[in-house]
Design a protein around this ligand. Sequence first.
Ligand SMILES: Cc1cc2nc3c(=O)[nH]c(=O)nc-3n(C[C@H](O)[C@H](O)[C@H](O)COP(=O)(O)OP(=O)(O)OC[C@H]3O[C@@H](n4cnc5c(N)ncnc54)[C@H](O)[C@@H]3O)c2cc1C
Length: 365
Amino acid sequence: MNIIIVGGGVVGLNCALTLAGQRKSDDIFLIEAEEYLGTHTSTRNSEVIHAGFAYPPGTLKSELCIEGNRLSYELLGDLSVPNRRCGKWIVSFTEDEERSMALMLQNASECGVPGMLPKRPKDVASALPWLKDVRSAVFSETSGILDSSEYIAALDRKISQYRNCHILKRCRLTSADARRGVMETTRGSVNFDVLINSAGLFADDVYRMAGGKSDFKIKPFKGEYYIWRKGPIEGLVYPVPDRFLKKGDATLVSSMGIHLHRSITGDRYIGPSQVELPQSKKSDYKIETPPEVFAFASAHYLKAAPHASELQPAQAGNRPKLFEDGKAAGDFVILKEGPAMHLLGIESPGLTAAPAIAKRVASMI
Ligand SMILES: Cc1cc2nc3c(=O)[nH]c(=O)nc-3n(C[C@H](O)[C@H](O)[C@H](O)COP(=O)(O)OP(=O)(O)OC[C@H]3O[C@@H](n4cnc5c(N)ncnc54)[C@H](O)[C@@H]3O)c2cc1C
């Protein structure tokens, strides 16, 4: 059997690794349009291994994030990818945020998220002395950080050890005939028995190429980050997720809010923003939001916020936000139509969930 995976981001690579190990008598080909693997969203994110407390119980995001959290630490250890289970602080400063924190804890318990520890304000003050005085806080023990570029490189190396799995870069899918099992790429025609669409921001285009009839659209929502070189930030410090504060349309908010984090390589970040882009700008990674916005957002947390001039533009990534019939899907969509399996709307927590998504896909073939 020929299994073709479209897309060499963290999700496609995890699918390739899982299938290569499980299906020794099948041939697995992963095709990637760009020259390098992981060029798009997989290396343009917060590099956080999420715990899964922010998503509604019973959703794919919740289930695959919780399972993916556990599987990611195992996999990153096996692959020797730099990672640290440093935990994450979720902090509240206002009465509203404090009330929402209780809803967040309730949600975490309904989802079965382990290691959510309420902390006293004085514990926070001694751990994070540069933070304003909090009203309440929770420490999520299972959250952590990883190096996404090293992760992609390690997956590539590991996959190349399997003789039944082949990665083709600079190979773009241009059309697919699911009935005949033939696809056209920029490097020629290929026959397939199974097509796995893990094309990230472009998964809606691939869905249509493979004959999909539903009205799926992926809109890019940009997230920009600034670096604060001389800042005191340590660890991961997050606000209570917006959906518990009932701000705006909860299905549209895939961002966990502007947070403060120190990455595995030691950089101190403030971000990400959330800016809706036109459909035609899926690969637009320019940083356009001015530093003042990030300095202002960080003043919510910090005793001494940075001046905008102290912040340097760092990077941006685009969230592949899925809409069906014009309505935000609000969850990952994993569906099988004929020989094609489509992974749509794999926004955050997709980096965390990737090994669990791969396991799910393997079980559906
Ligand atoms: C700002 C931001 C912050 C985030 N933070 C986190 C976080 O802290 N933790 C977390 O768990 N998740 C986070 N995420 C989400 C996470 O990064 C994504 O869910 C994950 O990277 C998606 O991986 P992917 O492989 O599906 O997509 P991608 O990495 O985009 O890979 C898809 C690949 O498909 C290729 N492709 C597209 N079309 C074709 C074609 N026709 N032919 C061949 N190849 C094609 C593309 O070139 C691309 O390489 C964040 C996302 C953003 C944007």
